[in-house]
Ligand binder design. Sequence first.
Ligand SMILES: [Zn+2]
Length: 333
Amino acid sequence: MMSFSREQDAEFRCLSTIQGVSEQRRGRVLAEGHAQTEALRLILVGLFVFTCVACSGGERRFSGRRALAHVKALCEIGPRPVGSKANARAVEYISRTLERHGWQVEVQSFAYSGVPVRNVVGTKGQGPVIIIGAHFDTRPVADKDPADRSLPVVGANDGGSGTAVLLELARVLDKRATDQAQIKLAFFDAEDRGELGGWPWCVGSEHMAKTLANRPAYVIVVDMVGDDDQRIYYEWSSTLWLSEKLWQIADRLGYRQHFIPEHRYSILDDHSSFLQWGMNAALIIDFDYPYWHTRYDTLDKISADSLQRVGDVLETLLEGEPFSSSGVEPGSN
Ligand SMILES: [Zn+2]
């Protein structure tokens, strides 16, 4: 994968530096006295340490493998429906991860029908607001299961994959992203209790959309992107220029087979909460997933390569060309 080859490249540069250093060192030892050699040795050791720090710190790229580890951790917590203990543990896991990577964390708590709902929002950077969102709650019952519709959904893909992509982005997004925008990584609760016990969909994201202090330049929602057989189409209700921008990046990265620039489904998801207020919003979803809302939406269905592709597209977008100061693209809807 892209990130691994870059990391290997950085390690290779470090090794080349070590070899170069020892060769220079051998030449000088013959020509100069002991004291001078010692001074030189200290300089070269310093140079080597500096070079290796530069190698390891400069190229932190999205890792699908690390994202997959987040999916695993979330699945180990168990099904995470709104209001459950496991849901509260997921809130802690997300908050701790964001804090570890230097994000300012806010938990938006409120009650819906007497049930506690918690969005977690990590903020970093300055400039126009960009929201990257995913829901972390899971469906309370597997109501699409072919046999048993009483059990809850583990949600490796539906609830896990989008959350994992955002958590890995929290680790890798650097100043190229946060110097040109204020980025909010929004983890929505209560997306997936829709049509159960009178609940609507997207309760958490609706709360965030209507209480936003600043209108975002755009919102991108990531949901169900971890399927091994990954095919992501334009979603009908999404802001077209934003989808086009994302799919063009995917094309440049060589992911055209997986990001197919054709419309397929119209889906109500967390991006809808922002669209209804006239904000620019796009959904990245692979809705061709046979295990959707069944007992079988489990870790074994999730591919690190699929998470990698979505992470690469988002990282490239956010760390890419400076964002227009108006925050609105020509022809936006
Ligand atoms: Zn769902």
